[in-house]
Design a protein around this ligand. Structure first.
Ligand code: HEC
Length: 117
């Protein structure tokens, strides 16, 4: 009896918790048009709207390049945005705290989508 009560209350807890989790993920989803606009505003000056670096992109890889994409994870891109990259004449400033974590992740996913296969 005790065990079945425990199972029952565990099910109730799970049942209540599950929708909450879904909602919090959904609320972090950002409209793709907004993500693209963010990339264009914060990144394209140096990395190009299409991911091909401009002069200020320095030695950055082209985001269209399949080999670069294959060796670069979303986490790598998130880290680059958070911490910045490079030194000297052409460098990228850290954006940690200037964008939300959800925005940074969404931009990283957008960069992943720039690959030309
Ligand atoms: C002011 C110019 C500038 C801006 C703005 C900028 N970057 Fe960069 N980024 C660079 C430079 C320069 C490098 C290469 C640094 C190095 O390694 O020498 C770089 C490197 C990177 C890399 C690593 C590329 C590689 O070759 O592995 C990623 C990923 C990246 N940037 C993403 C972004 C994203 C996403 C944004 C927008 C949120 C952004 N950058 C904004 C200049 C910029």
């Amino acid at each position: 009896m005790r065990t079945s009560l425990f199972v029952l209350s565990a099910l109730i807890v799970l049942g209540l918790a599950a929708p909450t989790v879904t909602v919090s993920i959904a609320s972090e989803e950002i409209d793709p048009a907004v993500v693209k606009a963010l990339y264009n505003k914060k990144c394209s000056l140096c990395h190009g709207k299409d991911g091909i670096p401009k002069k200020r992109g320095g030695d950055s890889a082209s985001f269209q390049d399949s080999a670069w994409q294959a060796e670069t994870s979303i986490e790598d891109i998130v880290a680059a945005i958070n911490q910045g990259r490079g030194e000297g004449k052409y460098k990228m400033k850290p954006l940690k705290g200037k964008l939300t974590e959800a925005e940074i992740r969404a931009i990283a996913e957008f960069v992943k989508g720039l690959e030309k296969k």
